[in-house]
Design a protein around this ligand. Structure first.
Ligand code: FAD
Ligand code: UDP
Length: 362
């Protein structure tokens, strides 16, 4: 059998690329070393609850074309992410908004919140923020930084906030309205019936081989490769390994119908070993008599565990540039996705990148 494309990875990048290539008459074989499709968006039903096996995934985008695209493959519900943060015995709304500031400082108006933040940052004499700590302090002041950002971020990334890039914290909205929506995007929701079904639909009619690692795979004839695994692994770590963060999930089924009253609860103090607790049923407004929760423990990636987050600090970005230069010389291999391009991509961005790639080369 001869294929136009061997697509390594049945995650969103691989599945969207395969779907588009097939539409253009190309023959694709998708392989994945895991035992299932979907990559990190994989969901599995348990007790009627869609469990997000690799961490909570909320679809959000401002791109109408991407929203229309995903809606061809699933119906999305009207879930709006509004996490709660626990710091010691205090509880705050996220993202940083008037509910957060009101609770933090016992104030009511946006002007009072802005005055408080200004008062806290004036003494710090910050210039152009050079790292996450300076960026966070200059946006929200010392109290919010100390209680809601510092501990969580250092657990999540295993690095001091001074050694992390400022863009990470700019992912979060900051607003002076009483609005707990975690995202600013125009469109948001969770695919009813889970993400796996969505990816299954993308892959309809496409050959998929699971439990198959590219590095030991033999026996297919193909013209080109679309590779969505780690780019440094592809090149046998020639310039040294890139750094990633991994996550360990501790999942529990509980004999109660509502454990924490919200899908996402963040634990922002350093001393609590996990970063957040997900109660999966709330993503779909579940009414089951039982519930399933996952505690997320962040850890450094090492061979043998799953890489989740690229650590896009200067050192790693420079190293990645060396791999990217090698990749640019390939005419039969395309690197895509979070690991292939070493970028902190959200789902909508991965889909947009896969559509653009398929458009450009198929
Ligand atoms: P992946 O999903 O990682 O797929 C790559 C696939 O390639 C994997 O299945 C892997 O097994 C396979 N593979 C790798 N190497 C090989 C090999 N050698 N041989 C065969 N197969 C291989 N985005 C959002 O928009 N909203 C969210 O709420 C959100 N939450 C997130 C929460 C967590 C904890 C994480 C880690 C990410 C989150 N994301 C979220 C980002 C989202 O997961 C990614 O944007 C998206 O899943 C990336 O798709 P991908 O195809 O690039 O990668
Ligand atoms: N963050 C924080 N406190 C929180 C939640 C997030 O300081 O309660 C910071 C942390 O540095 C995190 C970043 O904001 O890495 C981005 O958060 P997001 O929820 O987007 O992280 P992800 O969903 O990618 O894990």
């Amino acid at each position: 059998m001869k294929y136009d494309y061997l697509i390594v990875g049945a995650g969103l990048f691989g599945a969207v690329f395969a779907h588009e290539a097939q539409k253009k008459g190309k023959r694709c074989l998708v392989i994945d070393k895991r035992s299932h499709i979907g990559g990190n968006v994989y969901t599995e039903e348990q007790d009627g609850i869609q469990v997000h096996k690799y961490g909570a995934h909320i679809f959000h985008t401002s791109d109408r074309a991407i929203w229309d695209y995903v809606n061809q493959f699933a119906e999305f519900n009207n879930y709006i992410n509004a996490p709660v943060a626990v710091y010691r015995d205090e509880l705050y709304n996220l993202p940083f908004n008037m509910n957060t500031f009101s609770k933090m400082w016992n104030i009511k108006t946006p002007q009072e919140a802005k005055d408080k933040i200004t008062e806290q940052i004036e003494s710090l004499q910050l210039g152009e923020p050079k790292n996450l700590e300076e960026q966070a302090l200059s946006l929200v002041g010392r109290d919010v930084y100390e209680k809601l950002i510092k501990g969580y971020t250092e657990k999540q990334w295993g690095r001091d906030c001074k050694d992390l890039p400022s863009f990470i914290i700019r992912r979060l909205p900051l607003r002076f309205t009483y609005d707990n929506n975690y995202f600013n995007d125009r469109y948001q929701g969770i695919p009813v019936g889970g993400y796996t079904q969505l990816v299954q639909r993308l892959l309809t009619g496409i050959e998929v081989q699971l439990n198959t690692d590219y590095f030991t795979f033999k026996g297919a004839d193909y013209d080109r490769v679309v590779f969505t695994g780690q780019i440094d692994e592809y090149y046998q770590y020639r310039f040294g390994p890139l750094q990633y963060r991994s996550v360990r999930f501790e999942t529990e089924r509980l004999a109660c119908d509502n454990y924490q009253g919200n899908a996402v609860v963040n634990y922002t103090e350093r001393e609590v070993p996990y970063t957040r607790v997900i109660e999966h049923k709330h993503f779909e407004f579940g009414t089951q008599p039982v519930t399933i929760i996952s505690r997320e423990y962040s850890m450094e990636w090492e061979p043998g565990v799953e890489p989740y987050y690229p650590v896009n600090n200067e050192e790693n970005n420079q190293l990645y540039e060396q791999y990217r230069a090698l990749a640019a010389q390939e005419d039969k291999v395309l690197f895509g996705g979070r690991l292939g391009q070493y970028r902190y991509y959200d789902m909508d961005q991965v889909i947009a990148a896969a559509l653009a790639a398929a458009d450009a080369i198929c």
